[in-house]
Design a protein around this ligand. Sequence first.
Ligand code: COA
Length: 258
Amino acid sequence: MYKTLIYEKKGGIGLLTIHRPEKMNALSMELTDELKKFLDGIEGDEELRVLILTGAGEKAFVAGADIQELAERDAETGQRISKERQEIFARIENLRIPVIAAVNGYALGGGLELALACSIRVCSENALFGAPEVKLGIIPGDGGTQRLPRLVGPGRAMEMILTGDPIDAREAFRIGLVNRVFPLESLMEKAMELAQTIASRPPLAVRFAKEAVNKSLEGGPAGFALESSLHALSCTTEDKKEGVAAFLEKRKAHFQGK
Ligand code: COA
């Protein structure tokens, strides 16, 4: 169905693999178009609880924008492509369900920016994270200048973006860019465990919590106001009633997403 993506679904967990292994899974126009179609397809999938994103092969998550295509980019196409990818990554960031990036190697340029748009990042020991754009005479265009400083602080983000030099998995863990580091062989199993844990939680609470945390990233009082409203809304759900009752009755809760 897709040329550059592989999608599998097991229970409520989706696994999307970026698949251009011969080009280190670099983001081509075709791949971007397919990502858009993929998002159109899953947005209405009510069964889906968590999405995991990874890259094909054992070397790369995504090694950035396709540099062959980048060679052709001028001001006009640069603006258009940047806006388009910003929109796609924002759709991933704001997806109703959490998205886990399982970074299995190079996450450079647009690959780093894709990982940053995910809700949670885990990686393998061989992962490398970098924003090499400056080395190509450009700056990140897929949201990296906004999301990286929020996640790791402006000083560290500046260093990565201004030098273009990558950091390894251990350093990415140390600065909070990734939550956990695993041997490559166990990365997908561990990512799946994390997805299953989140998928076992009540879907509406997970959705509201994600939305409120995302709002905090915009800064200002709006995030706190939204948090209060969504907290109030979550108190009206059947799942809340069931969760509280199950706790008090010392039994397992059965959540319906209502
Ligand atoms: N765009 C297009 N092609 C890419 C690519 C990219 N971003 N990254 C890698 N490739 C291609 C290489 O050109 C090569 O193709 P070829 O076999 O047809 O020559 C193939 O993928 C394998 O890459 P190679 O460089 O041989 O592997 P490596 O293990 O020596 O190095 C990287 C891997 C990721 C360090 C290196 O490919 C690299 O620096 N890529 C560019 C990263 C970048 O600057 N991205 C940001 C763009 S804004």
